[in-house]
Design a protein around this ligand. Structure first.
Ligand SMILES: Nc1nc2c(ncn2[C@@H]2O[C@H](COP(=O)(O)OP(=O)(O)OP(=O)(O)O)[C@@H](O)[C@H]2O)c(=O)[nH]1
Ligand SMILES: [Mg+2]
Ligand SMILES: [Zn+2]
Ligand SMILES: [Zn+2]
Length: 392
């Protein structure tokens, strides 16, 4: 796997991760008004075998009712494919972390942040690709956090709730016009990527077998955001004021990391002496909860210039990366840090808080997000979708 996009002679289904030639796609007729039998029974319409292998047709005629249809489905799992499938590069971002690490709240706040602030700063826009994404984001993520100011409930295992296996799929398109155009990749007019976000249930990361079957996107991912709850670290728990509400201790963070590494190695045939080249953003979540343990002058308490200036602020990034790695190590995460560097080629440390407050007692949120965009922007920077600059 290289850090460039998957070649566009094939596409990957974002639901079952099977790989297909561009012409290997099926359609379904949606003409149920005229009582088309294909539409009623949901029969897949197959292309003729002589069709060009390297081209994805954008529509097809239904052999029953003669109407055209542009609803594409995956020939393997029959899920409806994003309508842009095959046209653009696909990025799959997986958010992983132990139970209660803060993944769901992070996704809720990140997507809103991208839609609002990142969009205007980087001249791009994030659009949901299908109704499932719109409804799921609204009901499971946006409404609790932004409308009701309540905590999101525990994500259920994908084994019992299949919607967990379904990604939130967006297209992120960059426009080159206007002032910000010059920050984009020089030789391209516009860049469009399809981004799939996966929220995992922490409990599905407790065994490699479950990870392999229900979390297949992890080893197919283009970027991993690994959330670490600082409140799980022994030294943090000991040093916080005695009345701080602490979550129950669960999975050892390094176990989860080694399980992830092993899974990726096995699935992609990467030997132990080679580094995995999926970029990993390790981010301390809930940084608000450990404020008292961090030097008030630390860079983590400020914000980078990313959003204000519309480029990835490399000077700030390096400061935060160094500071957070040192914190991880000094808080008892030495083994975690060593495992990370001996398994992954490209990784960086971040610190963020999605909520900016601890909702523990009354479950009510007073939203004050801080630095949630950093890992995401770093991944976009790694894929050369945004430009990085080092300015004082
Ligand atoms: N202080 C603080 N607490 C947070 C923050 N985000 C989440 N929490 C707390 O952590 C709990 C778990 O957060 P979730 O986002 O549900 O965690 P998760 O990783 O999705 O957990 P699973 O779905 O069980 O895997 C929440 O109920 C909050 O109490 C944050 O930014 N700051
Ligand atoms: Mg969750
Ligand atoms: Zn599929
Ligand atoms: Zn029809």
């Amino acid at each position: 796997m290289k850090l460039n996009f998957k070649k566009k002679d094939q596409y990957i289904c974002p639901y079952c991760f099977s790989k297909h030639d561009l012409s290997d796609v099926e359609f379904i007729c949606k003409n149920d008004l005229q009582e088309c039998r294909n539409a009623k029974e949901g029969f897949p319409l197959k292309l003729r075998s002589e069709d060009n292998k390297n081209e994805m047709p954008d529509h097809m005629f239904c052999n029953e009712c003669g109407e055209t249809t542009n609803t594409k489905i995956c020939p393997t799992c029959h899920m409806e494919l994003p309508y842009t499938i095959g046209n653009y590069d696909d990025l799959i971002f997986a958010v992983i972390g132990a139970k209660e690490a803060g993944k769901s709240h992070y996704i809720a706040v990140l997507i809103d942040k991208i839609m609002n602030e990142i969009g205007s700063a980087f001249n791009c826009s994030l659009q949901a690709m299908n109704d499932t994404t719109i409804t799921r984001y609204r009901n499971d993520f946006y409404n609790p956090v932004f409308k009701k100011n309540e905590v999101i409930s525990v994500t259920r295992s994908a084994k019992t709730d299949s919607s967990v296996k379904t990604p939130l799929i967006y297209s992120l398109s960059f426009r080159e016009d206007g002032f910000f155009g010059k920050f984009l990749k020089a030789n391209k007019k516009t860049n469009v990527v399809t981004i799939a976000f996966f929220d995992t249930a922490g409990e599905d990361l407790d065994s490699e077998d479950t990870m392999k079957t229900v979390n297949r996107y992890i080893y197919n991912s283009s970027g991993i955001i690994f959330l670490l709850d600082p409140l799980q670290l022994e030294k943090v728990r000991e040093n916080l004021p005695k009345d701080t509400p602490l979550p129950e201790q669960n999975t050892e963070i390094e176990d989860l990391l080694s399980r992830t590494g092993n899974l990726i190695r096995r699935a992609n045939g990467i030997k132990m002496d080679k580094l995995i080249d999926i970029p990993v953003a390790v981010a301390f979540s809930k940084i608000d909860a450990v404020e008292s343990l961090i030097d008030p002058s630390s860079c983590i308490n400020y914000s980078g210039k990313h959003v204000k200036e519309g480029y990835f602020d490399l000077a700030d990034f390096e400061d935060v990366n160094g500071t957070m790695e040192a914190l991880v190590r000094s808080w008892g995460g030495e083994n975690f840090a060593n495992q990370l560097s001996s398994n992954f080629k490209d990784y960086a440390y971040f610190g963020l808080t999605a909520l900016g407050c601890n909702p523990e007692s009354n479950k009510i949120i007073k939203l004050r997000p801080h630095r949630v965009e950093d890992p995401f922007l770093w991944l976009l920077y790694k894929y050369k979708l945004i430009k990085g600059e080092k300015r004082k």
